[in-house]
Ligand binder design. Sequence first.
Ligand code: ADE
Length: 225
Amino acid sequence: MRIDILTIHPELLESPFNHSIIKRAKQKGLVEIVIHNIRDYSTDKHKSVDDYAFGGDAGMVMMCDPIFRCIEKLKAERHYDEVIYVTPDGKTLKQGISNRLATFENIIILCGHYKGVDHRIREHLVTLEISIGDYVLSGGELAAAVIVDSVVRIVPGVISDETSALTDSFQDGLLAPPVYTRPAVYNGWEVPAVLLSGNFKEISKWQEDQALSRTKLLRPDLLND
Ligand code: ADE
């Protein structure tokens, strides 16, 4: 899978993809993440990427031309399954969206800044708008990093223990059950006895019950989705 990210602050995305699971996914050749500086596609002598908003509103708007030129160049090189714009007024990211994105060959993620991008880019080039939650960030880069992380970890082959990604919270619409490791007693705090029993049928039933009761208690909204 190839992910192209368009930003005016590439330095914000230097670190998040160079650690842990994403780093390994890149080393295994399962994903390629390419960061593009939108400023490189500006043609005026000041390398402008933004301009005043029509209508007299305060705040700058990211201009069409550098974004258009960057996206068109990429589209001339390969087919893209989605051109994503990260924005607080997009569709809220859920596990189902990440699962679908993880099946794609190539995606573009466009990060906004200031008051956002000229709306014509959204109307004519963007195919999917995603928000990572009901709050406003200073720019789309951290949202893009969240999306990439949630997608890359479920690309087939990235996590070697396949079941590990499948037992994540949300994969079956429920929160994950609690987990424990050695020692079986710490500070007098005991691991639930069933987990030490070796009875895998009982263990799996306990985990299912826990997943359901924790979801009812902590996220009842998930059961109505
Ligand atoms: N850009 C600014 N805020 C955002 C959010 N909540 N989600 C996605 N992109 C954003």
